[in-house]
Design a protein around this ligand. Structure first.
Ligand code: NAD
Ligand code: AKB
Length: 319
């Protein structure tokens, strides 16, 4: 009989996704039952002030298992990571945080017989040899970034812990996530968030990928929904564990700029591609997520213009 989620640890909780996931999990499971953690602190953050909080370096397995035992944790949402652009600047750091961190979470889950672990993957798991349009669930995984290498290795490690030790591990290949609360942490898709901030702050933006660069993207409310729906799914109905494709929007940088122009007439974008263009060129333009739709009912709620309206409204209040 499946055990229920009761006491949750979130790693990387001050990051773009962790910060909003923490708020939603605290609403659902009660603030006292959701322990947020990160390697750094921010005393102004609701993540730190809104419930139990701990500094935790996921590369330190003793610290991970001590916190899990002392807080009687049964479920971990593992959001601590180094993303693609930062990873290319510091490949060793990316490997250490993403691989040691993931292994430490999985090993603690095995030793402490945890109920469930959620570990995200990314569209960065794909590479230039992968079909770019409607990228299949099962396909060639030959990424060219160190971040992508850690994501493929992480998927394999998660699946190993499922089949070898029976640990309940679940993961999704998030597309680029767009959100208004916490800025992204050093990825290639960061332009899709920055453009909204700059539209409001300056009415212009210099974009670091070409206008016609098309990548899969997703608005944060859909990202949170996907994460929690997969976490709630019946394990016995899942044919995959670590690597569900999830799609929402497939848009170019130019499409995002045009959508913003509908709300901010005269918004100007210039395009000056940098090293992140080469990374973007190796990733899919759209995703086949039919397996996620079939096995746990995945369906996105937000399209480009509804997301733009909501982003601009929220950022206007915030900025
Ligand atoms: P982020 O960079 O915004 O946040 C990561 C957090 O991890 C940061 O707060 C950082 O301080 C923390 N961290 C770094 N090293 C640490 C360590 N040693 N110990 C503990 N914490 C550490 O990342 P995010 O965008 O929130 O991503 C969360 C997960 O989702 C990651 O696995 C990422 O690969 C994946 N993902 C994100 C996106 C996206 O667009 N945001 C897309 C695909 C996949
Ligand atoms: C990045 O650009 O590195 C992330 C991702 C798609 O994994 N946003």
């Amino acid at each position: 009989m499946a055990r229920n989620i009761q006491r949750i640890l979130i790693t990387g909780a001050l990051g773009q996704i962790g910060s909003e996931l923490t708020v939603e999990l605290r609403k659902r499971y009660g603030s006292d039952n959701v322990i947020a953690s990160d390697i750094r602190s921010d005393e102004n953050s609701t993540v730190v002030n809104g419930g139990p909080w701990s500094i935790l370096d996921v590369t330190d397995i003793e610290a991970v298992s001590t916190l899990v035992r002392s807080q009687k944790i049964d479920t971990i949402f593992h959001m601590a990571a180094i993303l693609s652009a930062t990873g290319e600047k510091n490949p060793m750091l990316c490997w250490n945080v993403n691989m040691d961190g993931t292994l430490n979470i999985l090993e603690t889950a095995r030793e402490e017989s945890l109920v469930r672990v959620i570990i995200p993957s990314s569209i960065a798991a794909f590479g230039p040899e992968t079909p770019r349009d409607n990228t299949p669930q099962k396909t060639i995984l030959r990424p060219k970034t160190i971040y992508g290498v850690t994501k493929v290795s992480g998927e394999l490690l998660c699946d190993y812990y499922v089949q070898r030790f029976g640990v309940d591990v679940r993961g999704l290949r998030y597309p680029g996530i767009i959100s208004s609360e916490t800025p992204p942490g050093g990825g290639t898709t960061d332009y899709a968030v920055e453009i909204y901030y700059k539209a409001i702050e300056e009415g212009r933006y210099t974009c670091f990928v070409r206008r016609n660069t098309m990548l899969p993207m997703m608005y944060m409310p859909d990202c949170i929904k996907a994460t929690l729906d997969l976490a709630d799914a019946d394990f016995d109905n899942l044919s995959h564990h670590s690597d569900f494709n999830v799609g929402a929007l497939s848009v170019t940088a130019g499409d995002i700029a045009e959508s913003i122009s509908k709300f901010i007439p005269g918004f100007e974008v210039t395009y000056e591609p940098d090293f992140r263009q080469q990374i973007a060129d190796t990733w899919p333009s759209s995703i086949d997520d039919s397996l996620a739709r079939k096995e746990w009912g995945w369906e996105p709620d937000w399209d480009l213009d509804s997301m733009t309206a909501d982003m601009l409204e929220k950022l206007k209040q915030k900025l």
